[in-house]
Design a protein around this ligand. Structure first.
Ligand code: COA
Length: 266
């Protein structure tokens, strides 16, 4: 119980709820009125919780979940305009680093839209369960941006180059069944069952020897982790520059003004 109190104190926002029980830390995106878009405060709370859980023996497994109607609309677009990430110490980079190097099993339950980082974070999860209403999209180009979270490496690796180009250049959404087919998702369930199913699987993992889980994950990932972190840093430099350029400004302003962006001069 002592650990539980610490975890709750770490989260300085109610927009993400962080709860640890029976070795499972659950991070619930809880900003449904803004479609679970992720603010700087939410990245910060999740990065802190994951950093602590990486070494804290009371956490054996971590699970991301959203609402049965929406996983996440991605980065908060107002923050992109007003509080763009500055450098590797920024909350979003701390969060990305934390999910790319989390040593224990990381799970996600995804229902409804998963936009931008809502999809790219899943490439860092070990097990992903989707509601049959899940819709994955990475519309970085449509926003005048480029991939993040090492998605320029991990998406072609998992989907194959041509499907990756469809997802990353056209920014077209793909649904739960397609995600299952390419291996991004382990199982598709009715939306009301996805969170519970992920919890059941997390509890199964939490009952296993933690040292074996950590060793096995490390052996599966270790050849790639350095490259993933390097690609993340490269993408981050481009992304940070592009956030300030005219195409992104036009895309964000258009979103706020509820109109289609006009890239004809860009
Ligand atoms: N950042 C900030 N606010 C967001 C947001 C985001 N990424 N996505 C949605 N919202 C807000 C809307 O501004 C709106 O706020 P309001 O009620 O104060 O006007 C509210 O959430 C509801 O969004 P709305 O677009 O009306 O919901 P919808 O059900 O019609 O569509 C989505 C849902 C997810 C398809 C749509 O919101 C969307 O495309 N969001 C942007 C996704 C995006 O481009 N993210 C960045 C990825 S890098």
């Amino acid at each position: 119980m002592g650990h539980l109190a610490v975890h709750i104190e770490l989260a300085m926002t109610n927009d993400v709820l962080i709860h640890t029980e029976a070795g499972v830390m659950t991070l619930t995106l809880n900003r449904v009125d803004k479609k679970n878009s992720i603010s700087v405060a939410m990245y910060s709370a999740m990065a802190d919780a994951l950093a602590q859980a990486a070494t804290d023996a009371s956490t054996r497994v971590a699970v991301f979940q959203g609402h049965e109607t929406i996983f996440s609309a991605g980065n908060d677009i107002g923050d992109f305009l007003n509080k763009p990430p500055a450098g590797m110490d920024s909350p979003v980079f701390r969060f990305l680093h934390a999910i790319a190097s989390f040593p224990k099993p990381l799970l996600a339950a995804v229902c409804g839209p998963a936009v931008g980082i809502g999809t790219t974070l899943l490439f860092h999860c070990d097990l992903v369960y989707a509601g049959d209403n899940a819709a994955f999209s990475m519309p970085f180009v449509n926003l005048g941006l480029c991939p993040e979270a090492a998605s320029s490496l991990l998406v072609p690796q998992m989907l194959g180059y041509h499907r990756a180009a469809e997802a990353l250049l056209l920014g077209e959404p793909f649904m739960a069944e397609a995600a299952l087919e390419v291996g991004l998702v382990n199982r598709v369930l009715p939306p009301l069952e996805a969170n519970n199913y992920a919890q059941q699987q997390a509890r199964k993992l939490a009952a296993k020897p933690l040292s074996s889980l950590i060793e096995t994950k490390s052996l599966m990932k270790k050849n790639q982790t350095t490259q993933v972190l390097q690609v993340m840093a490269e993408e981050g430099a481009s992304f940070g520059r592009m956030l300030t350029e005219p195409a992104a400004k036009e895309a964000f302003t258009a979103f706020m003004e509820r109109r289609k962006p006009d890239f004809s001069q860009l």
